[in-house]
Structures are given as C-alpha cells and as structure tokens.
Design a protein. Structure first.
Length: 423
C-alpha cells in the first residue's frame, strides 16, 4: 500500500511538471506568434500556387517576414488555418507578427496592380504596354484590330494572364460601343456601330482638348452629309505608318496628302475602312451625339485647340493666322517677348495679317518653335532642288525692255461735213 502511494505521488508530480511545461510551451508559442516580426519596412511577397504549409513558412522566413518557420507551421496547424492559406502576392506591413502574417494569407486580399491605357493609342501600342506590365503571366498571343480595346485603368493581381487582360479590354469596348450606339442622335450619316467607332477614332486623334470633341465630330458629320472629303491629317499619318504598326517621326508634306490609300481621307471620300486608333468613352459619345452647328472646317490655333469656321474664306483666314503665328514663333525675339510680336513688327504687320492670339505658355511656344524650325528645314531642302526663279521686279524690267514699239497714233480726222442740198 505504501509503495502504491509513492508511485501515485510520483505520477502526480510528473503530470504536474508536464502540465506546467505544456502550459509554458503554449505561452511561449503564443508570445512568439503575437510578438512584432522582424520586418523593418513593408514588403510585398509572392506565394506561388500549389505551395504547401512547410513551403509557405520557409518562404516567409527567408523573406524576413517571420522569425521561425516552425512556429508558423505549428500555429497554423493548431489554429486550423493550414488549409486556408491562399497563394498570391501579399503586402506585409513592417513589424507584422506571425499571427498577422497568417491572417493576411488567409484573407486572400492580394496586392492590386494598376495598368493605365491612354485614349488614342493604336492596338500595337496597347499590346506593348500589356507586355511590359509587371506581375502578369504569359505573352499577348495576338494583337487585336484597331478599335477593339477600351482605354481605361485596369486593376489586376499577380499571376493573371496577359491574354485575359486583353480580353477584359475587348469586353469593355464592346459594352461602351453598344451603349454609345444606343444613345446616338437620330439622323446621323452612320449606318452601323462600326462606322460610329471609325468616326470616334478620328475625333480622338484630332481633339487635344476634351471640350472640342463634340465640335470636331460635328464638322466631320456635316462634311459627310455634303459628300465632302473629310481631309483628316491623322488618317494620312495612319496610312503612312503602316496602318499604325510604326511611328511617323516627321511632319506631313503636301505630297503625303496625295498618298494612295483607302485610309487617306484627302483622296477618298467618306469614312476610312476601319478605325485608326482605340478611342475612349468620351470620343464614342461625341461621335454618337455631335454638336449641332454648320461648321465645315477647323485648324489649330497654336495653343492646343482649334478655330472653327463655316466657309472656305474664313478657314483660309484662320490658316493664314496660324501660319503667321508659326513664323513669328520661329523668331527668338518672339519667345523672349512672351509670345507677342515686337511693337515695330506688330505695327508693320498689322495691315496685312489678322490679330495674333494672346501670349502663349512657354512650353507651347517651344512646341510651335520646333514645328516652325522643322518646316523651315523642309522648305530649305525643297529649295535646293528647285531652279531659281527670276525676281518679279526684274522680270517686269526685262519685259519692258523687250516690249515691241508701237506706231504713233494718227490724229483723228474730223467728221465729214454733210452735203447741203440746194434750196
């Protein structure tokens, strides 16, 4: 009996020690899991798909997110989270504890990346942006046709497919085009949603200011109704750039405007056979609901906008004013004067030229100056291959020297005196 009591006492002591040790172990595990982690700064870490619990714990320890991988494994197993951890790219804040890291992986709230596609890009340009976007998987299998991709800002997570991103853009454009076509103004000279897309792509390329989209669309619609050529420079640029596959790094010339191409709206009447870029929602709506006016012409005003007119005479005047502005901007004194001509030059030019717009911002002046210098360079190249012309005043002198002498006029003879009949 005494021996039994001794054995029982020793068992109680051993159990107590085990319980104390277990409690101490649990307490230590809890403190290790809830203590601040070793991360000194926030870090994004990718958990690949099909990674097991041991692999996740080892990866987090290697990235410096947690101190002990076995603590993470044991804590996930005891808490029932081992099968609830999701793959993806996660943002771990500085000092995140092991328990906090475990809860982040369980939530599935991965890092969101942004890809912004500006309006007016061609499909090859958009495909290049998608190919360069980080965290996407695969490559773009096939570049879509022009007008198929919606410019917008897209959110995505690590590991999404690039082809799926292209498909999202395609679906968004289909939806936006259908909405614009349903809201179109009655009586437009557009037979299908595809023609609306073509017109919107031209508006997107021409409009540099959002407020002018509907006005530019109205000019094109008015010309379509009259059977006039649309004469849009961006369509010529599209034709010369291999249908949008390369960049045209020079200004257009008069020869370019006669380039034979179905996209050249200077030689072909009506809309081009297809879009020339990927327009945004605003240009789609401008093409569907253009402004109501009678304007048939527009030309750049030198400040990023346009001047509109109804007659060719008004348009020619606006073109002359813009060319005068470009010529003046090529003079350094014009830029030094803040975008206004020198007083003496302004006085001399006042009778012959229409008034110039107000002073321009410095970056606009620099842009106009660059275009003017480029145009002067092109003119000088043409001049090298053009035979010199005789000055007008010398031609008149030569003509006067070789003018045939005229015989002097004979004095007019007096009128005959009528005979008087005898009385």
């Amino acid at each position: 009996m005494k021996a039994f009591l001794v054995i029982l006492a020793r068992a109680v002591v051993a159990a107590s020690l085990l319980l104390a040790a277990g409690a101490g172990g649990v307490y230590w595990l809890y403190r290790d899991m809830t203590a601040p982690g070793p991360l000194a700064a926030a870090r994004d870490t990718v958990i690949p798909r099909h990674t097991g619990l041991a692999g996740i714990a080892a990866l987090l320890a290697h990235e410096g997110v947690i101190r002990h991988s076995w603590t993470f494994e044991l804590g996930a197993a005891l808490s029932g989270r081992s099968r609830k951890l999701k793959a993806g790219e996660y943002a771990f804040p500085a000092g995140a504890s092991t328990l906090a890291a475990m809860k982040i992986l369980q939530s599935g709230k991965t890092v969101e990346h942004r890809l912004t596609i500006p309006e007016g890009l061609t499909s090859p340009e958009i495909a290049a942006l998608v190919d360069r976007a980080p965290a996407l998987a695969g490559a773009v299998a096939k570049t879509p046709a022009e007008g198929r991709l919606m410019p917008d800002t897209y959110l995505y997570s690590w590991g999404e497919s690039r082809d799926e991103m292209i498909e999202r853009m395609r679906r968004a454009m289909q939806k936006a085009l259908a909405e614009a076509w349903a809201m179109r103004r009655p009586g437009l000279p557009l037979a299908s949603p595809q023609q609306l897309m073509i017109l919107a792509s031209m508006v997107e390329s021409e409009a540099k200011q959002a407020s002018e989209r509907a006005h530019i669309a109205a000019v094109f619609v008015n010309r379509l109704r009259r059977g006039m050529p649309l004469q849009s420079d961006p369509t010529v640029i599209f034709a010369l750039s291999g249908d949008g596959t390369k960049k045209l790094d020079r200004p257009l010339t008069r020869t370019d405007l006669s380039t034979p191409s179905p996209y050249n709206t200077y030689v072909e009447k009506g809309l081009p056979p297809g879009p020339i870029d990927n327009p945004g929602r605003a240009s789609l709506m401008a093409a569907a609901r253009p402004a109501e006016n009678a304007d048939l012409y527009f030309v750049a005003d030198g400040t990023g906008g346009h001047v509109f007119s109804q007659t060719l005479a008004e348009h020619d005047r606006n073109v002359a004013q813009y060319r005068a502005l470009e010529a003046a901007a090529s003079d350094p004194a014009f830029i030094a004067n803040g975008g206004a001509p020198a007083p003496a030059e302004a006085a001399a030019a006042a009778p012959a030229l229409p008034p110039l717009p107000p002073a321009l911002p410095a970056f606009k002046l620099a842009e106009i100056h660059h275009r003017a210098v480029t145009a002067r360079h092109a003119t000088s190249l043409r001049a090298r291959h053009t035979p010199p012309r005789r000055p007008l005043h010398r031609a008149l002198v030569v003509a006067q020297r070789h003018k045939p002498e005229r015989s002097p006029k004979k004095p007019a003879s007096p009128p005959p005196i009528p005979e008087q009949k005898p009385q």
